[in-house]
Design a binder for this molecule. Structure first.
Ligand SMILES: [Zn+2]
Length: 226
């Protein structure tokens, strides 16, 4: 089920192995932030229908990184929709060159098929959806191309698997993960101006998101002995 965060922004908290999924409905743009594993595609379709969205309406999917629990859901959507996929360059270039090992799909017994990522993101990229603009912050550590997305002129930050509630943060033991890099990224997040944190897993923080980011930063700092 998609919960409304603002008039245009919705959030679906996962109760499976899927990542959480954000939804921005604005003017001609229907944008998903992350797409889950794809294993529960029928349910996602019904949840989208419940807020008036058909799969063919989706214009863009912005991935906070390319692990299978975030990117897998792109595949069944691509079957039904002409959608532009956006991902940070560090991970998009590899996928566009045919190397999908970074999705970790093989850990789950699947080969991830080649797809084309047209939206190549970098630090400071702005996704312009008309009056809503999304600003990309490159926050590596959980993976090389992890990003956070700030909805400009709102207190909302999508934190991907970089920062989780309760002083928690993404794991760094997958290929491309690095604890010290994650600590720097968490420190960066604590300097941003936000109150609502929408993470890649666990519950959204509708208040005090920044306070929670500071707790995650301090926890990571002591955990990784930085
Ligand atoms: Zn991940």
């Amino acid at each position: 089920m998609f919960d409304s965060i603002t008039e245009n922004i919705y959030f679906r908290t996962s109760n499976t192995f899927d990542s959480n999924i954000g939804l921005i409905k604005h003017e001609d743009h229907i944008v998903l932030i992350d797409a889950g594993t794809g294993m529960n595609h029928g349910r996602l379709k019904r949840d989208l229908n419940a807020v008036g969205i058909e799969l063919k309406d989706i214009t863009d999917i912005v991935l906070t990184h390319s692990h299978i629990d975030h990117i897998g859901g792109v595949l069944p959507i691509l079957d039904e929709s002409e959608v532009t996929i956006h991902l940070h360059k560090a991970e998009a270039d590899r996928i566009n060159n045919g190397d999908t090992s970074g999705t970790l799909s093989q850990n789950f017994g699947h080969d991830f098929p080649p797809i084309t990522i047209k939206g190549i993101l970098e630090e400071g990229s702005i996704l312009d959806l008309g009056t809503i603009k999304l600003r990309v912050y490159h926050t590596p550590g959980h993976s090389t191309g992890s990003i956070c997305l700030k909805v400009q002129d709102t207190p909302i930050l999508f934190t991907g698997d970089t920062m989780f509630p309760g002083g928690s943060f993404g794991r760094v033991d997958f290929p491309g993960g690095d604890g010290k890099t994650l600590v720097k990224s968490l420190e960066r997040i604590t300097s941003l101006d936000f109150d609502i944190a929408l993470p890649g897993h666990m519950n959204p923080l509708k208040h005090n998101g920044k306070k929670s980011a500071i707790a995650s930063y301090q926890m990571a700092k002591s955990w990784f002995k930085v």
